[in-house]
Design a protein. Structure first.
Length: 59
């Protein structure tokens, strides 16, 4: 089975579609990682709700 591109327009549109999806995925992952590391850096150790709760009430 042979796969080939029928025209240069299809090639350009396909390339833009794939790179557009990759760019959106990169932006989403970057935003999530920045938010995660910002939350972790707020307190010494891991900043999880349960961890902060237990530390506050010394359980």
């Amino acid at each position: 089975m042979h796969f080939f591109i029928h025209s240069y327009t299809d090639a350009v549109l396909g390339f833009l579609f794939v790179t557009g999806l990759a760019e959106k995925l990169y932006k989403i992952l970057y935003t999530l990682s920045v938010g995660f590391f910002r939350n972790v850096s707020d307190t010494p150790g891991i900043n999880l709700e349960g961890y902060v709760y237990f530390k506050r009430f010394k359980i």
